[in-house]
Design a protein around this ligand. Structure first.
Ligand code: ADP
Ligand code: MG
Length: 470
C-alpha cells in the first residue's frame, strides 16, 4: 500500500486514540510512532524507543479496534523497534540535554553578575558533574541516612560545621552521587562560591604533569607548580572523589596535605570520599590521616532490602516502566551489595524484555540475568563451615597445615565447592584457606577429576551442594 495512504489511515487512527488512550501513554508512546506498512491485514508501526514494544502491548486491542474502524476490516496491529529511529531519537535527546545544561548555566548567569560565573561554568562542564547526581534523586535509607544528612548540612553551610567531611563505604553505594549532589546544591543555592569536583586520579595526573612539564625547562618549574596549586587552593569548596587512590603516593600525599592546610586554614570546605575509613590508610603519613579524621566521618553501609526496592521503584517510575512488585523484590534480593549492579540489572532486564516482547516476570528475569539459585548468598566461609561439620573436622584444621588424611580430604572438597559455588577468584579463596592460589587451583582440578571415578566423592559433593543451598 502506498505510503501516503498508510500515513493518512494512521492520522485518522490517532484522532480516535487521542480520546481512548491515557494521555501520558498517548503522548509518550503513540505519537512518536512512525506508520510503516499495511499488508495482509497487519498494520505495522516503527518505534525508536525500545520500551514501546512492551508498553504498547496492553493497548494493542484499542489500536487494532481503531484501525478496523477506519479501514472497515479486521486489522492486527504491530510495533517494531527500529534502530535507525532510535539513533535519531538519541541525537535529539542529546541535543535536548545540551539545551538543558545551557539553560542551567543561563539560570545561574542571571543570578551572578561577577566574573565568578566563568568558574561555575567551568565546574559544570570541565568537572563532568553529572546532572543525575542530585539530592532530589538520592533515595535515603537507614544505610545512608547519616551521610545524607551531613552532606545536606555541608551544602547548606560550607566550611562551617563539618570540615572536612569524609564519606566512606564500599563500591557502588552512592558516594560519588552524594559528593556531586553537594556540588550541585551549592552551585544552585550559593552561586557565588567557587566549587571544584575532582577525582583523586585526576589530581594525581595533574600533579605528575605539572612536575614533568616543569622539568622540561628549568625556569618553568615554579610556574607549572604554581598553576597547579592555584587551581586547587583558590576554591571555596573542594570535592575530592576516591581519595584512597593517593595512598602510598608520597609526593601526591604531600601536595594534598598542603592543599588541605591552605584551604582549611582559610575556612574553605573540603569533602572527601573513599572506599575505606582513614584508619585503614596504611601507607599514608599520620599528619595527613589526622587531617582526614579531624572533621566528620560518615560511612555508607550496604542498603537494606527496603531501600533497594525503593531505588528500583524509583527507577521504574522515572523510566515509565511497569515492573511488577514481585520482580522488584526479586531483583532487590539478588543484587544486595552494590547499587550500581542493581541499576545495571534493572537496565538489562527492562531493555531485554521490551526488545524481545516477553513479559516482565520472575522466570524471564532469572533467565536474563543468568540467575542460578545456587549462587545466592553462598560464601566461602559458609562452605567451609558446612563441609567441616559434614566430615566432622574443625574449621581451624581445614585452614591449618594439618595433613591428616580426613582433614586434607575435607579441605580439598571445600576448596572445590568454594570455586564451583561462588564467584570468588582463586587468590581470594586462597586467602580464606590460608593457601597460595596455585594450591587452590590444584585442589580444585583434582576433585574435579576425581568426581568422575569416585562415586563416594560424587555423592558427598551432591549432598554437600544441597546442604549449602539450603
Ligand atoms: P560509589 O561512588 O559509592 O561507587 P555511585 O555514587 O557511583 O557509587 O553510585 C552508583 C550508582 O548507584 C549511581 O548510578 C547512583 O546514582 C546510584 N545510587 C547509589 N546510591 C543511591 C541512592 N541512595 N539513591 C539512588 N541512587 C543511588
Ligand atoms: Mg564513586
Amino acid at each position: 500500500m502506498e505510503d501516503s495512504l498508510i500515513k493518512k489511515i494512521w492520522d485518522d487512527v490517532l484522532v480516535i486514540l487521542k480520546d481512548t488512550i491515557v494521555a501520558t501513554t498517548y503522548e509518550t508512546w503513540i505519537v512518536p510512532l512512525v506508520p510503516h506498512s499495511f499488508e495482509d491485514n497487519c498494520f505495522c508501526a516503527l518505534s525508536g524507543q525500545n520500551l514501546a514494544v512492551q508498553i504498547l502491548q496492553k493497548n494493542k486491542k484499542e489500536i487494532s479496534k481503531a484501525l478496523s474502524q477506519i479501514t472497515g476490516q479486521d486489522v492486527n496491529f504491530k510495533v517494531i523497534y527500529d534502530e535507525d529511529l532510535h539513533k535519531q531519537l538519541e541525537k535529539e535527546k542529546q541535543k535536548a540535554k545540551k539545551e538543558e545544561e545551557k539553560e542551567f548555566i543561563k539560570n545561574l548567569e542571571n543570578r551572578i553578575t561577577s566574573s565568578k560565573y566563568d568558574g561555575l561554568k567551568q565546574m559544570q562542564s570541565s568537572c563532568n558533574l553529572n546532572l543525575k547526581y542530585k539530592f532530589d534523586n538520592f533515595v535515603v535509607g537507614s544505610n545512608n541516612k547519616f551521610a545524607h544528612a551531613v552532606a545536606v548540612a555541608v551544602a547548606k553551610d560550607p566550611g562551617k560545621q563539618y570540615n572536612p567531611l569524609f564519606i566512606y563505604g564500599g563500591s557502588g553505594l552512592g558516594k560519588t552521587h552524594l559528593l556531586q549532589a553537594i556540588g550541585h546544591d551549592i552551585l544552585f543555592n550559593k552561586p557565588k562560591l567557587k566549587v571544584k569536583y575532582v577525582k583523586a586520579e585526576e589530581f594525581i595526573n595533574d600533579l605528575v604533569n605539572s612536575l614533568a612539564k616543569g622539568m622540561d625547562k628549568a625556569g618553568d618549574k615554579n610556574k607549572k607548580m604554581n598553576e597547579f596549586r592555584n587551581k586547587y587552593r583558590t576554591v571555596d569548596v573542594l570535592l575530592i572523589d576516591d581519595i584512597q587512590l593517593i595512598e602510598g603516593k608520597a609526593r601526591t600525599e604531600e601536595e594534598m596535605f598542603n592543599t588541605f592546610e591552605s584551604l582549611h586554614n582559610s575556612g574553605k570546605q573540603i569533602v572527601f570520599t573513599s572506599d575505606r575509613s582513614p584508619d585503614k590508610f596504611e601507607n599514608t603519613p599520620d599528619r595527613l590521616k589526622t587531617r582526614f579524621q579531624m572533621g566528620l566521618l560518615a560511612d555508607i553501609q550496604v542498603p537494606d532490602i527496603e531501600t533497594r526496592m525503593a531505588i528500583l521503584t524509583k527507577l521504574a517510575n522515572d523510566n515509565n516502566i511497569k515492573m511488577p512488585s514481585d520482580v522488584i523484590e526479586f531483583l532487590a534480593s539478588v543484587y544486595n551489595k552494590n547499587i550500581r549492579e542493581l541499576e545495571g540489572a534493572f537496565n538489562t532486564v527492562s531493555a531485554y524484555t521490551s526488545i524481545n516482547e516477553i513479559p516482565l516476570n520472575i522466570d524471564n528475569v532469572k533467565k536474563i540475568i543468568g540467575y542460578s539459585e545456587k549462587r545466592k548468598n553462598v560464601t566461602v566461609e559458609g562452605i567451609i563451615d558446612i563441609v567441616a561439620s559434614f566430615y566432622n573436622v574443625s574449621v581451624d584444621d581445614i585452614k591449618s597445615t594439618n595433613r591428616a588424611a580426613k582433614t586434607a580430604f575435607a579441605r580439598q572438597t571445600a576448596i572445590y565447592l568454594a570455586k564451583e559455588m561462588t564467584n570468588e577468584s582463586f587468590p581470594y579463596i586462597g586467602s580464606c584457606f590460608n593457601r597460595k592460589h596455585t594450591t587452590i587451583m590444584y585442589s580444585h582440578q583434582k576433585v574435579k577429576t576425581d568426581i568422575n571415578i569416585d562415586k563416594h566423592l560424587a555423592d558427598d559433593i551432591k549432598a554437600l551442594t544441597e546442604k549449602i543451598n539450603m
